[in-house]
Design a protein around this ligand. Sequence first.
Ligand code: WT7
Length: 647
Amino acid sequence: MLDTIESLAKEEKSFTASNTFKRKANSQTQSLYSSAKTDRLSFWDNQAQNLEWFSPYTSILEWNRPFAKWFSGGTLNASVNCLDIHLKTKAQKKAIIWEGENGDIKELSYQEVFEEVNKLADILKNKFNVKKGDRVTLYMPMIPELLYALLACSRIGAIHSVVFGGFSAQSLKDRILDSQSKMVITANGGSRRGKVLNLKNIVDEALSKNDTPVENVLIVNHLPEDTCPTQKKEYDQSYNELRKSAANYVEPEHMESEDILFILYTSGTTGKPKGIVHTTGGYLTHAKYSTKTVFDLKDDDIYWCTADIGWITGHTYMVYGPMANGATVVMYEGAPDYPEKNRFWEIIEKHNVSILYTAPTAIRAFMKWGLTHIEKHNLSSLRLLGSVGEPINPEAWEWYYNHIGSKQCPIVDTWWQTETGGIMISNIPSLNDMKPGFAGLPLPGIEAKILDKDGGEVSKGGGLLSLTEPWPSMLRGIWGDNKRYKEVYWDKFNTYFAGDGAIKDKDDYIKVLGRVDDVLNVAGHRIGTMEVESALVEFEGVAEAAVVGMPDEIKGQAIVSFVILEENFKQDDDLENKLKQFVSKQIGAIAKPKQIIFTPDLPKTRSGKIMRRILKNIAANEDTGGTSTLANPAIVKSIKEQFNKLS
Ligand code: WT7
């Protein structure tokens, strides 16, 4: 790792935001940093005061490691903080500018979104008896009704669990069962690259064995029924019908600050995905503060976060953060290359987007697609760019800066996780310079350190990233599994272990290098190697499987699987494809391996443990180092040869 640090120091470049940007920026002085340093808790107290509370909290933080309670005693409601509070001053302001993949546009004011959310809240509460604390699974395309559903759940105190629409029936079912949801909200279908994704059919498949607690499935008829045929089931309920007679107002539930707002599943190194639990007051405090601070959000901005609401980025920076600030958000249903590869730039030009928040994998795809798609559009409405999901390589950073921002827009490279709830490390461009490849400094109120494996601080150089003080939007646990919560995040160090490797430079800027565990990051999506391995071994004829990541030009990482077949299993020509399809069916297309290598054996220690490090080295085209401790050193050479033939 030391080599990397030294070579980085030589390459470091820095960029300063323009004077125009700085002059108008929300943060003009170092006061956020200095007040947070002087008294962190009173800093967070001040941020929490920007929310509307029904009753005030009596303590800021109760910390009983690893369990935090923020703003105890206070009661509030998230939907009130995202909608009701804006009605006096900006009822007619656009809340959502939605664009369907087919080009349909819907513009919805805060007043309209307020009414729709209340109607849906009324349906959930009064038609289906969804009560405070009940779980509701949302499996929907990127349509306004998804956003309504989050806020409607929060209005009545129901816990939402959004499952990304790209996940399979099995993954959906696992999440429904784990959360014990009694209700699912879906749509008949969504559009993706001109094709219909029939979500309702996938829900039917997930519920087909009748072994989940789901009583009702509320279906939004988003696509015309003839393009999206569905079978009628006894649990079906029509949103479009019920909406007609739904009430326009539902009294918001008074939620305790620590009542759960949502669960969101994410992959870990072992076992099934974990339901990350977020609560109300602390989460919303950080969502509101960080959106305003990092994106320099102002009242006249048109803000576009391109993430799907199925991921944490969509929860915090498409729904709760921007809406708590009363922003106008752009929401796009489809793919960036449909019908043409200029779709994003067309959207930006058409709606005058001023803030764009997207992922390195998308940026690298745009680079590859070339400038012609960009040059025909006027992108001068943009004033700030953001990046999230994985490390952004300096080359992609500079391309983004030069070609999308025309050297006028600062870039915020934001490091955070599903678990952190909101952005932890990012520069505030009016206050600090940007360095491509570096997320930069922890936000005011956040403390981060780089630790060695024994937990000692590495002051300059590389190590493991840890957040060293509790923060309001931190996860409160893993749904139903506090033991695992402790093990995964708190057993390694005294402080929160993020699972990422990172380095700090002479200016204390942090560069996050990526996961140090067996979690892959494919196109900004987290996938546990073990999940893919479990799926592979379920396939008939597969005896053993090992999965690692390999560097991928666009997606950051791609999945490589090494598979041992059962001895007498007859391998047909199409097995590789069948296996890929099988994984896709089991987990979702995002988990589909790029390469599958069939091998009679895997590198193992004498005690039989698979040596993943060696497989990782092979997949990354790196030296495999010493193999003499292996039980079967010869296999390394043979796997290497096979792999090299493929790539
Ligand atoms: C993991 C978290 C947070 C929203 C999207 C992903 C990686 C995320 C960055 C960044 C370097 C990053 C880390 C982290 N990551 N942002 N700016 N620079 N790495 O959320 O699915 O919970 O994944 O994504 O490895 O641990 P997630």
